[in-house]
Design a protein around this ligand. Structure first.
Ligand SMILES: NC(=O)c1ccc[n+]([C@@H]2O[C@H](COP(=O)([O-])OP(=O)(O)OC[C@H]3O[C@@H](n4cnc5c(N)ncnc54)[C@H](OP(=O)(O)O)[C@@H]3O)[C@@H](O)[C@H]2O)c1
Length: 447
């Protein structure tokens, strides 16, 4: 592994295809025999530091259409939180179901699961039939894994019946020194970014792009008012930038003055601190409080000068969904990709149908949407929202921090990269954007 790393650090990228690939590599894994370890505990008491292990695992060989990547950096996504606490179900069920679909997929069905759905790194080996990518290419990977053997996915690959999220529903993910991806997950690494900055955006930026911008999502347009929950978190920090970049007006909801400040640094002017305002949308487990919806709606109007949101960018789920449906404008859209606080939503349907509102469900992004989202990063129109980067040994702690909402933006992970700050290939473009790239930094990169 050291020889591969030395070649990458020396910029001798043509060499890496000739160097031997190690038989084993280190990765952040779950163990199949530990999936019941948190039984009986409340979600918040399930500690990812107990379930996540940094193990040596066997290196898979790239099969047809696959690529083995030397991972320089990765990032923490909320899906690794779900995997690590075995909610809503243990991910080993995904692996065994996938394993039954083909001999190639059977390699994923193992008693351990290497997690992680983002990476930046260098292509080491390409399987048969891979065109357009070669050993030595500097890449990022999006996390859509598809088979496309049936017609359903050929207009929008997210509709493939065998659609999976790499590193969550498949094995050999990015929180590791090596990773196995399909060649059609690869995209060029933005040249002005460090490894850890380049690895930060893929999953959340692509998801936010489809959810907010794409014709498959809410199709935001200039002047739209967009209510963005969790606006300084992973998805929200990209949704805020995408709204601003497209001429829309974000109304950012966060839970602390520091997070409000992060939104302002992105250029958002309208920010609601939900903790300071003390909204309680639920009176008890069963009953919502429409007075609180109205109070929230009035606060939005106060900030916007009377406008209701054309689009509500939803992901907190149960806790906020009733309010989201209520505050959307007549004819407006609630677009949702998640249910962090609970997936059994309740809302008053009268506000939906009488006011001709729409709810759109959305999930990750197809290759084209991910490519377009990555291109915005490469062009310096959207910037990574990396707050810190930790070494692989501290990944479990970082997952714990995201589980407890202690983070801002994205938390990066240094995999093979021996320190932060490496991998920049275009310093001129970087110099133009460096203050925007750093606006989420709360801690220096630790090696
Ligand atoms: N379907 C997909 O393709 C897809 C893709 C990415 C993520 N997701 C899911 O989307 C969710 C968010 O992901 P993320 O990466 O943005 O996570 P994140 O970085 O943890 O950010 C989520 C933000 O949501 C806010 N939030 C959390 N609980 C809330 C509540 N009860 N009420 C209001 N706001 C709340 C928090 O902001 P404040 O505390 O500042 O308000 C937090 O910063 C996760 O469940 C994730 O699994 C789905």
């Amino acid at each position: 592994m050291q020889k591969i790393l030395d070649a990458i650090l020396a910029g001798e990228l043509g060499e890496v295809g000739h160097l031997p690939v190690p038989e084993f590599y280190r990765g952040v894994v779950l163990h199949a025999d530990e999936t019941t370890m948190f039984d009986g505990l409340a979600s918040r008491d399930k500690d990812p530091r107990r379930s996540l292990h940094l193990d040596e695992v066997a290196t898979p060989k790239p099969a047809a259409g696959e690529v083995l990547v030397a991972v320089m950096a990765s990032g923490i996504n909320h899906n690794t939180v779900w995997s690590s606490i075995f909610e809503p179900i243990p991910t080993f069920g995904f692996l065994s179901r996938y394993g039954r679909t083909s001999p190639q997929a059977a390699r994923h069905d193992l008693p351990y699961h290497v997690l992680g759905s983002d990476l930046s790194g260098v292509v080491l080996r390409c399987g048969a039939g891979v065109a357009g990518w070669s050993p030595g290419d500097e890449v990022v990977a999006h996390c859509l894994s598809v088979e496309l053997d049936r017609p359903d996915g050929h207009s929008d690959t997210m509709l493939d019946p065998e659609q999976r999220i790499w590193g969550f529903e498949t094995n050999f993910g990015g929180l590791a020194e090596l990773a196995l991806v399909k060649a059609n997950q690869l995209m060029p690494k933005p040249r002005h970014l460090t490894w850890e900055e380049a690895a930060a955006s893929g999953l959340v930026n692509s998801t936010a792009y489809r959810q907010l911008v794409s014709a498959n999502g809410a199709r935001v347009k200039q002047g739209d008012t967009v209510l963005i929950w969790g606006a300084s978190g992973g998805l929200g920090s990209y949704a805020t930038q995408l709204a601003l970049n497209g001429g829309a007006i974000p109304v950012c909801v966060v839970s602390s003055p520091q997070k409000a400040e992060a939104c302002r640094r992105m250029g958002a002017e309208l920010v609601i601190d939900r903790s300071a305002d003390g909204y309680r949308f639920w009176k008890d487990e069963q009953t919502q409080d429409p007075r609180e919806w109205r109070r929230f709606g009035a606060r939005i109007r106060e900030l916007t000068g009377g406008d209701d949101p054309d689009i509500v960018f939803e992901h907190p789920g149960r806790e906020t969904f009733g309010a989201s449906v209520y505050v959307a404008r007549r004819g407006g859209t609630i677009v949702t990709c998640a249910s962090t606080s609970g997936y059994q939503h309740a809302y008053d349907n009268r506000y939906l149908w009488m006011n001709l509102k729409r709810i759109i469900g959305t999930h990750f992004a197809n290759y084209r949407e991910a490519w377009e989202a990555n291109r915005l990063i490469a062009k310096g129109k959207i910037h990574p929202t990396l707050s810190e980067a930790v070494p692989l040994e501290r990944a479990a702690q970082a997952v714990y921090d995201v589980h407890h909402n202690l983070h801002q933006g994205k938390v990066g992970v240094l995999c093979l990269a021996p320190e932060g700050g490496l991998g920049v290939r275009d310093s001129t473009v970087r110099a133009r954007h460096v203050s925007a790239i750093n606006r989420f930094r709360t801690k220096p990169v630790s090696a």
